[in-house]
Design a protein. Structure first.
Length: 302
């Protein structure tokens, strides 16, 4: 029931009560108001209530966030891999074992050799990884023409990160004239291959005169190092050379020409007097006929 309905009912009730009562000391029944008067009064009261200004509710409503004990669903986004050069998807790799090719110490690419000629191929590699190479690491044949080389050959010493090593294998040119390429790799102690390098020769049935290998050795000690180089050629011809040192000194000495009447090996020597501390090396550069740096002798002073 609304407030207005209750008010009308109350007025009608009071009117009925008053009409039923007598005045004090009078026995005469009082005059009752007509129904029209009662209804008019009630209507006027209702009108007065309706004309009053409405009360504004200024209270700020409180918004209660709904609660839930159910966790929101997990959304998984599919991300396409970013491809590297050549369309290969890059993958995480370890930088423990890695190598950088420095130079062909012997048998540069395209060297002409006789059929069945034996030779020693030497690569100079730098350890560009973070792990040391040890004799548990090895050189292994990978693919191409093996040129009668070994299937696997252990390294001869330790190579710490940043150091270089000359790696040599004994090979034999095939019997048929043609171009041949053989690939070798380094293998770590866990049996994983890395750093592939190759030898590229031309078997031409006669061959051009060339130095095919240089083996370096050193003796003496700080103050007077003695360096020896065994130079091997594939035939008759003349060899000219000069020495190269780690301190950058220029070899201005005039060395006698090495004259080979046939394939073979000749030995040359030099010395280096120094007491400066640290690691040192000496190479030999074959000017004629190869125009190539060969060999390396390593030594150090405390």
């Amino acid at each position: 029931m609304t407030k207005i309905s209750r008010l009308v009912s109350t007025i009608l009730f009071l009117a009925l009560v008053l009409s039923a009562c007598n005045l004090p000391g009078s026995t005469q029944e009082p005059e009752r108001p007509s129904a029209e008067v009662v209804l008019t009064a009630a209507a006027q009261t209702v009108e007065a209530k309706l004309t009053q200004a409405p009360v504004q509710n200024t209270a700020t409503p409180q918004v209660v966030a709904p609660t839930s004990t159910t966790a929101p669903p997990t959304v998984t986004l599919a991300v396409s891999p970013t491809t590297g050069s050549g369309g290969v998807v890059p993958t995480a790799t370890s930088d423990c074992d890695d190598a950088e090719f420095v130079t062909d110490v012997t048998i540069p690419d395209g060297t002409v050799l006789d059929p069945n000629e034996t030779f020693t191929k030497t690569w100079r590699l730098r350890n560009s990884g973070t792990c040391s190479w040890t004799p548990s690491y090895s050189v292994v044949f990978s693919n191409g023409n093996s040129m009668s080389g070994p299937t696997t050959q252990a390294l001869t010493g330790n190579v710490n990160p940043g150091q270089t090593m000359d790696i040599s294998i004994n090979l034999k040119a095939p019997a048929t004239a043609d171009d041949y390429v053989g690939y070798w790799s380094l293998r770590n102690a866990a049996g994983k291959n890395f750093a592939t390098f190759y030898v590229d020769i031309n078997v031409g049935g006669g061959g051009s005169f060339a130095v095919t290998s240089v083996n370096m050795s050193d003796s003496g000690g700080c103050g007077n190092f003695q360096i020896e180089a065994d130079i091997t050629t594939n035939g008759a011809g003349t060899v000219t050379y000069k020495w190269m040192r780690s301190d950058g000194a220029t070899d201005n000495a005039t060395h006698p020409d090495l004259v080979f009447n046939s394939a073979g090996t000749k030995t040359v020597t030099t010395s280096w007097s120094t007491t400066a501390s640290g690691d040192k090396w000496m190479d030999i550069y074959i000017d004629q006929p190869n125009h190539q740096q060969f060999g390396r002798a390593n030594f150090s002073c405390p």
